[in-house]
Design a protein around this ligand. Structure first.
Ligand SMILES: NC(=O)C1=CN([C@@H]2O[C@H](COP(=O)(O)OP(=O)(O)OC[C@H]3O[C@@H](n4cnc5c(N)ncnc54)[C@H](O)[C@@H]3O)[C@@H](O)[C@H]2O)C=CC1
Ligand SMILES: O=C(O)/C=C/C=C(\O)C(=O)O
Length: 488
């Protein structure tokens, strides 16, 4: 049985609390690991190690050397790709294709992009005239923020954790990572690779545990944590923000979404189906950027619904060890209960169930019967104020609504508390530009989805987040800026 210990000050340690919890496989429902739970003493040790490392070799290292080390780290992740993949798919039940093509390469890329960027960034300079004729020079100086608390979710664990750790370290900070209790493996493994390439001890620390009254809350409340970056549910973001208010610590939040896709009658239908198949069902719908509301212009509504149904019905359910599987299980029994409660609610509310709506019917004795699988599901016929259309479900499901005019669909798409992403399907560039600019979201994709240039701003409006990360926007959160005014 695998054991995931804490990684503190460059070494793997058992939790001083002596407590462990079980990690359950999403595909088989069986226990696959014991995970050590960090409580107050361990969390304090991790934060103290991170604070001390700021004043050690890491704090003194020239920026170029620090960035070279992070490039080496990215190469070492590539070299250990098979190990990271295995750790990730066993924890999450993801298909190997998703882990191989998206998740693990992005982990390495998240270090490369910020290491490269930091090497080439400077600061502002403003010369100022003064009455004595000598003037003054204003120089922008950058300092690391300090100890960054990283709270990351289970849906794309390695990708989303490194998306924060990459820029944090490139800017010279140290980190204490609290991965989701559902996905402890890749963050733990990364400690080994940090040591391999010579990242100084205390720079990268990992504590395991839960949120409230456990490692997550203890970390975000710790007075020596200088900034908190979090990806996860909106309500958790609210709780963390209250915790961060003590001591006025800065936060960066990427939260949930209820993202629309709008399919205009002039869209290329093959492209529209390919894009919405991915945006609804990739990673079993457990993507914050995923589509759960589709609006289709009335003349093509019936054709779109029947083609998306055919696509959904063609998905093959299976865990990472099932050949040819195109859709995996949900992360946990608890999350499956949540998703199924929406499936039931949709039926009770009188939705037309185009396909799915329940648990797949596997043969007797099939391992998948013990896993957390649900059917890919498509509904039509619900009003816009239905909870199915308003609340984030985070499963492989969507509701499809017809529309008649551009104004009407813009209003429907924006009528939500969330504001993360929107996807537009149209061959009319003018319309794409016009409608895209009216979407109250942080990200709009046209004729595509999840196409990511890591130099661009990433984040959400409304209840979908606070701040932007990506490219130079990450540097704003992970550095403190000082204006040095030098009287000449
Ligand atoms: N990328 C996204 O937008 C994600 C959205 N979700 C949404 O969240 C729902 C529940 O998933 P969970 O894993 O329970 O998400 P969550 O938001 O409850 O947990 C995410 C992380 O925050 C930690 N956490 C929870 N409460 C905390 C607290 N008070 N202080 C500090 N840390 C805390 C958790 O231990 C975990 O590491 C999903 O059904 C989905 O709707 C979940 C994961 C990612
Ligand atoms: O590409 C990114 O940086 C972020 C991707 C986000 C998700 O996969 C998610 O939160 O679901």
């Amino acid at each position: 049985m695998t054991t995931h210990k804490l990684f503190i000050d460059g070494e793997y340690r058992a939790a001083k609390s002596g407590k462990t919890f079980d990690k359950i496989s999403p595909s088989t429902g069986k226990k696959i690991a014991d995970v050590h739970e960090a409580l107050a003493e361990d969390v304090n040790d991790a934060v103290e190690a991170a604070a001390a490392a700021l004043n050690g070799p890491w704090g003194k290292m020239p920026k170029a050397e620090r960035c070279d080390l992070l490039m080496k780290l990215a190469d070492a992740i590539d070299a250990r790709k098979a190990d990271f993949m295995e750790a990730e798919v066993q924890d999450t039940g993801h298909t190997r294709g998703f882990a191989e093509k998206v998740e693990i390469p992005r982990g390495a890329a998240n270090f490369r992009i910020f290491a490269e960027m930091l090497k080439n960034t400077g600061g502002e300079y403003f010369h100022m005239d003064t009455h004595d004729g000598t003037g003054a020079a204003n120089l922008e100086l950058h300092r690391p923020k300090g100890v960054i608390g990283v709270i990351s979710p289970w849906n794309a664990p390695f990708l989303l954790m490194t998306w924060k750790v990459g820029p944090a370290l490139a800017c010279g900070n140290t980190v204490v990572v609290k991965p989701s209790e559902e996905s402890p493996a890749t963050a733990t493994l990364l400690g080994e690779v940090m040591n391999e390439v010579g990242i100084p001890k205390g720079v990268y620390n990992v504590i395991h545990g839960f949120g409230p009254e456990s490692a997550g809350e203890l970390l975000t409340q710790h007075p020596k944590v200088n900034g908190i970056t979090f990806t996860g549910e909106t309500r958790t973001g609210e709780a963390i923000m209250k915790q961060a208010a003590i001591g006025l610590r800065d936060v960066s939040f990427e939260l949930g979404g209820k993202n629309p896709a709008i399919v205009f009658a002039d869209a290329d239908m093959d492209k529209a189906i390919e894009v919405t198949m991915r945006s609804c069902f990739a990673n079993t719908g457990q993507v914050c950027l995923g589509t759960e509301r589709i609006y289709v212009e009335r003349p093509i509504f019936d054709e779109f619904v029947s083609r998306l149904k055919a696509g959904a019905d063609g998905l093959k359910q299976g865990g990472p060890d099932t050949d040819g599987a195109t859709i995996g299980p949900l992360i946990s029994a608890e999350h499956r209960e949540k998703v199924l409660s929406y499936y039931k609610k949709a039926a009770d509310l009188g939705a037309t169930i185009v396909t799915g709506g329940g648990v797949p019917d596997f043969p007797e004795g099939d391992y998948r019967n013990e896993g957390f699988f649900v059917e890919p599901t498509i509904w039509t016929g619900l009003p816009e104020d239905s909870p199915i259309v308003r609340e984030e479900i985070f499963g492989p499901c969507c509701h499809i609504q017809p529309f008649d005019t551009e104004e009407e669909v813009i209003a429907m798409a924006n009528d939500t508390n969330y504001g993360l992403s929107a996807t537009l399907l149209t061959e009319n560039l003018g319309r794409a530009h016009r409608v895209g600019g009216k979407m109250e979201v942080g990200l709009v994709w046209v004729n595509s989805w999840f196409l990511r240039d890591l130099r661009t701003a990433f984040g959400g409006s409304k209840s979908s987040g606070i701040g932007r990360e990506g490219g130079v926007h990450s540097l704003e959160f992970y550095t403190e800026r000082t204006n040095l005014c030098l009287k000449l």
